[in-house]
Unconditional design. Sequence first.
Lengths: 349, 306
Amino acid sequence: MARASPDGLRWMRLLGGLARSVVVFAVALILFGLILVAAGKDPVRAILETLRSTLGTGYGLSEVLVKMTPLLLTAVAVALPSRLGLINVGGEGQLYMGACFGTWVALSFPPWPAGLLLPSMLAMGMLGGGLWALLPAWLRARGLVNETITTLLMNYVAPSIATFLIYGPWRSPFNSMYPQTVDFVEAARLPTLFDTRVHVGLIAALALVALYGFVMRATRWGVEIRAIGGNPQAARRCGIPVPSYIVAALCLGGAAAGLAGIVEVAGLHGRLRPGFSPGFGYMGFLISWLSFGNPIGMVVMSFVAAVISLGGDVLQIKQGLPYAVVNILLALTLYVVLARPSLPRRRGA
Amino acid sequence: MNLLAILGLLSSAVFSGTSLLYAALGEVIGQRAGIVNLGLEGIMLVSASVGFGVTVVTGNPYLGVAASAAAGGLTNLLFGYLVITRRANQLASGLATMFLGFGLSALIGRPYVAARIQGLPRFSLPGLSGLPALSRSQFEFDALIYLALPMAALIWWALFHTRWGLGLRAVGEHPDAAFASGRDPGWIRYQAVVLGGVLSGLAAAHLSIAWTMTWAEYMTAGRGFIAVALVIFSKWHPLRAVAGALLFGGAVAFQLLLQAIGLNVSPFLLDTLPYGLTLLVLILWGGTRRHAAPAGLGRVYQGAEQ
């Protein structure tokens, strides 16, 4: 549809969408403020402090970009299957599995040159995330079990496996205080940009979002995926192999989340720690739903979500609120979107 | 392994299964009315934090249970507003509720993180005075456990042997037909959602006030989702849910037992046992029992004007 309309109209639509998003977000922010007031906190101060420490300084801005990197990837992990009408809520588990697979390469082959080691790590990370989505994908493609509940349950398994590896075979002998793996060798670290903690993972993530947008808009795969999302029955009768697409979309989504995991580990931490993700997978789900799978919307929402996530840290340090409070704001935003039937709605599974 | 260990296993299976049973019963009612609620996890977290907080403040665990049930009903009302009045997608609304629960419960429970409470009083089963004291102590249960089976029976009776239950199931199978026969699908679904919320609240109360007697962030650890899986396993039937809840409670208890006897398996891997079992059950039962699902499950009722 969008392809047929003139460019001007498309921009109008995009601007309209952005304006609507701002209104939605403002309503959610007001509701969130009321909850903070009820908790005896000053919401205006909380918001100002958040903005000052994120967008106010160069360092703050760079930290937003750091946070944004895995969010872009986990958003793709949800958005791609969602175009088929699949709900992948397993980003968190797929992210941990990707981190484990990639870390295995980094720990097993440290003498490899960076040109070989890093691509192998990233590929294994994607493989790990993709494999973690395979069981839900297969069950859904066979028409056995809805993928929502299976991906959710598997979120509780992957972090435990990661913790087991970190406490067990991978535990660093040099640091007895904190359970973690040994530091990755320099060749296993993603290069950083401009003396900040921002790493090339950001560029890779942006490129992947662009690739996702291009595939959806301009390739046969994208057309067929959208056809299945629109009407699976009709798509099947047109000879589109729906089960294969279901497996491929969920596993590719899982691979994107797995990439997020290894990129976060290799780019930011340089070692695998238990609980290194503060719910990136879940936040990717919210980002994808709030941007309706639109690539530009996903970049904008990832940025906003990164600011909110850092805001959670600020609230935790300065006002003694638990970090999980950011979930309230994100959930309220989704509530406002869901409560507006005029917006384009996704088909559930 | 001696008799006492086996008794202990059974006892902790009952404790761990009770919250699953209440949550699954709540989900059965909702799904029988055609509503899938994935927000159960969030509802349980909010209820657990409210119930625990009220217990700390008032010192009365029964007030805590009541507050927990009320919180569950009210929070689920919010979900109901989205999916019934606003006709939003049920799965997405449920997940939004889950996120809200993550955050809201952390906020509510924050002041009570390290608090200690007098849990729900436990009474021993009558007629066991002949047993040695140590064995008898394995049969001391709280009121919510004693009420769990009657509750399942009551819900079974209400769903399958009353006009109210007939109407509720009719809405779940075919809302348009239910409307044509003079029922109000929206109103009936609201009733189901609030009842489901109250039952999830009781589930959470048992978890935080009666069993663990603590509050911790994310303390439900996926129990809400396991309860949803249990509903599929139990073919949307309240009495079969009892067997399912005991099975899963047993898995959790078995895992605790393995840790206690010092088996040489990482506790982190043992932690995954209940989820693995749930996945296995879904694989084995998910497809074959599909015909048992209410026909209108997950469908948005668009109202009579269309």
